[in-house]
Design a protein around this ligand. Structure first.
Ligand code: ADP
Length: 392
């Protein structure tokens, strides 16, 4: 593999109706190009093949074509790696087949990921292509945290266990948090709160993930933009038997019409904050439920880890909502967690060194636990892992 001379990596994130791409130069981590092709299947972009050809054309128009010898690899985000894929993996035919076999575990995501891989391989058959799995970072979770307390034979027959998602982000952010503290990842215990439209928490001990809130699918755990997170499983039987709803109806309810959206009609935290400012009660209740769930996970993962060195907030809400950060951690002085109101305020100006990371501390001077805002960068992490693999 070390015959590769290029230093660039193209990262592809193929979703059901869009393809996001970034071209990074691993010599210095710089971003040479990025973009998104949306509404696949709706207009001129008839399918993923057309979408990836458009990506190739856009890059070529910038003098960064896929035929460039500078390109060392393509890194593909793949959502579900099951129990088989615990590392970034060089893609060959059998790997594609194995990812296809995992489709029942991720019916919304893996098919698009597979299509993206197939088309990219057709465009550049000679180029190393690497799959980086959202589940991989969580493969170290011990059995007592990964297994659900159901009949073992049934669970094993159907692959029912906690896999966890957003792993690329949890890996990147837990490492970046250690860096912010000036420590090696092996020395610190971190609770990572990835709060985007999807949201998940993880407990990372010495750089190794030991628990996470998402489970068999991304539905479990925190309250999200449109997903319920934790719920009594009997709610599903109740809605089926008493409410006459089908399995697909309930699936859509819990994944697409629940969470913040279901509670108050908005899934964007900015809009919810605005409505709260006007005294809107349902927006306030949605916020309170969201924050209450977060606090429960912080408490639970504090207990799981025993010693917590840092709590890191990341993704859209985590990076941008002082209100959520402040409310989630308020009154936790007994756990050694104190947020500094000034550093956490919206108007506080951070001095970010040119080219430096904008990760920053928002804890007060007497807080035993460091509280940090650490912008995530999943594309950089995918590129870093893919590049490391092809460099051998
Ligand atoms: P995705 O899961 O789609 O990658 P992001 O990490 O981009 O999501 O997060 C998107 C969410 O971040 C939005 O739905 C919104 O709720 C929230 N968000 C973005 N900017 C702000 C902001 N300035 N204040 C509060 N919330 C924000």
């Amino acid at each position: 593999m070390n015959d590769t001379r290029g230093t660039r990596v193209l990262v592809l994130n193929s979703g059901s109706s869009s393809v996001k791409y970034q071209l990074l130069d691993m010599a210095d981590g710089s971003r040479l190009s990025s973009g998104i092709v949306e509404r696949i299947g709706e207009g001129p972009v008839t399918d993923h093949s057309a979408a990836l050809k458009q990506v190739a054309d856009e890059l070529a128009a910038q003098g960064l074509g896929l035929d460039s010898p500078e390109l060392a690899a393509v890194g593909h985000r793949v959502v579900h790696g099951g129990t088989r894929f615990t590392e970034p993996t060089l893609i060959y035919d059998e790997v594609v087949e194995a990812i296809e076999k995992l489709i029942p575990l991720a019916p919304l995501h893996n098919p698009a990921n597979v299509t993206g891989i197939k088309v990219a391989r057709e465009l550049r058959p000679d180029l190393p292509q690497v799959a980086v799995f959202d589940t991989a970072f969580h493969s170290t979770i011990p059995e007592e945290a990964a297994r659900y307390a159901i009949d073992t034979a049934t669970a094993d027959e159907h692959g029912v266990r906690r896999y966890g998602f957003h792993g690329t982000s949890h890996a990147y952010v837990s490492r970046a948090t250690a860096e912010l503290l000036g420590k090696d990842p092996s020395e610190v215990n971190v609770i990572v709160l990835h709060l985007g439209n999807g949201a998940s928490a993880s407990a990372v001990r010495g750089g190794v993930c030991v628990d996470t809130s998402m489970g068999l699918t991304p539905l479990e755990g925190l309250v999200m933009g449109t997903r319920s997170g934790d719920i009594d499983p009997a709610v599903i039987f109740h809605l089926a038997r008493v409410g006459g709803m089908s399995t697909d109806d309930i699936d859509a309810l819990l994944n697409k019409r629940s969470g913040l959206l279901g509670l108050c009609g908005d899934n964007d935290m900015r809009e919810i904050a605005r409505r709260m400012g006007e005294g809107d009660e349902s927006a306030q209740l949605a916020f309170d439920i969201y924050v209450h769930r977060l606090r429960k996970y912080v408490g639970a993962y504090t207990a799981v880890l025993g010693r917590v060195d840092a709590i890191a907030f990341t993704a859209g809400v985590g990076e941008n909502s002082p209100a959520v950060r402040g409310a989630a951690l308020s009154g936790l002085g007994a756990l050694g967690i104190e947020v500094d109101a000034v550093r956490n305020s919206p108007g506080y100006r951070w001095e970010v060194p040119p080219g430096g990371s904008s990760a920053r501390l928002i804890s007060g001077p007497s807080s035993r636990v460091a509280v940090a805002v650490v912008p995530t960068d999943e594309e950089l992490e995918i590129a870093t892992q893919a590049y490391a693999l092809v460099q051998g």
